[in-house]
Ligand binder design. Sequence first.
Ligand SMILES: [Zn+2]
Length: 285
Amino acid sequence: MNQARLLFVLILGLWLISWHADSQQQPQREITRITGELYRFRNAGHFSVFLVTPAGIVATDPVDADAARWLRAELATRFAKPVKYLIYSHDHSDHISGGEVFADTAVVIAHENAKSVILGERRPTAVPEVTFSDRMTVELGGKKVVLTYLGKNHSDNSIVMRFVDEKALFAVDFIPVKSLPFRDFPDAYIDEWIESLKKVEGFDFDILAPGHGALGKKEDVRAVRIYMEELREQVLKHVRDGKSVEEIKKLVNMEKYSGWGNYKNYLPLNIEGMARYLQSHRRPN
Ligand SMILES: [Zn+2]
């Protein structure tokens, strides 16, 4: 091997090592435009949205402190506007950690039930200073974001955020797009969840921005509601027949959802969670 070649191989090797180290340290982060001045912020498998207005930015879930610091720097460079409002989708720490990064300029908003959980569980984030019970409209720079509480579903404090002019809805964890709900329905209220989805089906929007995975459309709300209803009906029948959870896993047939995300790994867990929920919400003879 001549010297030039040796040098080339060495440089290539060093570049590969640094690239590998970089890709291991940094989760994939990006900002993409959804429509108009509404953008999507990605941190690995987590997503939130933000709206840029002439009077400042309405941001949503900060995800975590590192992600929030990255986002803050990007917003400053790209838009040169401060975050005026920071709205939490629900209390779960994998979505709302790091809110303190924006707290110097932003009013932090969440559902009233979220505040006590954030305090009680010591979530590593800014405590919301403005809370609401049913509905609240955030207005900034001529834009409107309508926040609605639909009852309990994936938590007892999940809200949806409707960006009125953009006809877009940001909803986290309770309206997965062509994907199964998370694991065994932790912290979930199944029946109220189904009712929540029916309410969202009546809202005026075209674009669905979830907290995980690809963007969806309004019809995705109906699809996941039907999935929940079908799973509930099948599991309930087997629970009433006295079957064990392991037996129920073999009996339930949700084959038509096999093309959805997380089908193989979450279906057995969805069945476990559904069976546990239904067992604790019935009284056998
Ligand atoms: Zn969650």
